[in-house]
Structure formats: C-alpha cells, structure tokens
Write a protein that binds this ligand. Structure first.
Ligand SMILES: [Zn+2]
Length: 210
C-alpha cells in the first residue's frame, strides 16, 4: 500500500517505505547515521514547539475577538499588527476559517455533554440594543456525579423582524435541533411573561402533547 523507495541523501542507499509513514526512513537514519538522526530529532521538536506556539497565538487571537466582540478588521489594523512585531498575524480570511472551526468544535463539544445529561432547563429572552434585536438562549443542568450546577449559552442570535409567538417557537426549535436537544429533555423553559413567549409555549406545548 503506497509503497515507495527513497534514496538516502547520505549514503545513497535505497530504502523501502510507504507514503505517509516515515518510520522506515527514520529507522535507517538512526541505524546508519546517528548524527543525522539526532539533527532530525532536534528539528522535529523545534517545528512542533513552533507549531504549538503558533496555535496558541491563533487561539489567543480567537479568544480576543470573541471576548471583546471585536470586528475581525481589527486584525488588519496597523496599530494592532505593531503589537506583535515578531509574530506572523494570520490573515482575516484564516481567522474567519479558524473561528468557524472553533465554533463548530464548541457545538460538537456541547452536544456531546448534553447527550449524556438526562434533563436540562433552558432560558429564553429577546432584547434589543439600538435598533437590533437578539435572541438569547441558555441551558442549565446538574452534573450527575458532583451535583454541580452547569450552564452554557447556546445562542445569542440576531432576531430580525417581528417577534411573534410562532417565530419565537421556530427559533427555539432551530437551536434545540442544532444542539441535538430533544424537547423531552427540557424540563422547564424560563422566560419573561411577554405575550409572544407565553403564546409560543401555550401553542408549542399543545402541539407537543398531541
Ligand atoms: Zn543512509
């Protein structure tokens, strides 16, 4: 499978191995060229620390963007770049991709946790800032072993248009679905007594028990 023959750059001997698995070649180095092998090990360790450093820098950037709700354009600002003269700051495109990946990871992680929980409670609320409305949805449960209270924000989404009861029900269903949260798992939903919420649950509840 994917067998290849490579010529050793030191002794010109041909070494059999396979594509993607370097163990045969490394074994050859270790046996016949111990000095080169040592060099190889050092370089490998270096590149792995470099990669780790880069990854943690990128992770810090993601945290910064998320924690401060900063626009991604800040990463291209001259003054921002000046803060890290010795560091390659990834492009906005790369960070956008990393952000999406990190968000997906977060969702998968929460899904895995919720999968193992028997019951949860959620809260739902809509609020406005300026001319924009947002839908906030949080989830709460007790850790089965420690009985510690656990919470997570499942969504804080833009909620444009009218906040009618059917749209409230729709967005709740959508978020539940995104996290693989079956309604049977949700013991209580806490909201204010806004008529749209009250009606959403009255209608929603009825449709569930049918
Ligand atoms: Zn060799």
């Amino acid at each position: 499978m994917n067998g290849i023959i490579a010529e050793c750059q030191v002794c010109k001997k041909r070494v059999k191995g396979s594509l993607g698995v370097s163990s045969n070649f490394i074994w050859h180095l270790r046996k016949h060229h111990p000095n080169k092998h040592k060099e190889f090990k050092t370089k490998k360790a270096e590149s792995s620390t470099k990669l780790k450093r880069k990854n943690s820098f990128n992770q810090n950037l993601l945290n910064f963007i998320g924690d401060t709700c900063s626009p991604l354009s800040v990463l291209e600002h001259k003054s921002f770049l000046k803060l890290f003269p010795a560091q390659h700051v990834p492009s906005r495109r790369t960070i956008t991709r990393l952000l999406a990946e990190s968000h997906q990871e977060f969702i998968e992680n929460i899904k895995m946790i919720l999968d193992n929980i028997q019951y949860v409670c959620v809260t739902a609320d809509v609020w406005s800032g300026g001319k924009r409305s947002f839908f906030g949805y949080t989830c709460h449960w007790l850790d089965a072993q420690t009985f510690e209270r656990k919470s997570v924000a499942l969504a804080c989404r833009r909620f444009p248009g009218s906040h009618s009861f059917d749209r409230v029900a729709e967005i709740i269903l959508e978020i539940n679905e995104q996290y693989g949260l079956p309604v049977q798992k949700i013991l209580y939903t806490i909201t204010d007594n806004g008529s749209n919420f009250v009606k959403a649950f009255r209608e929603f509840g009825v449709s569930l028990s049918k």
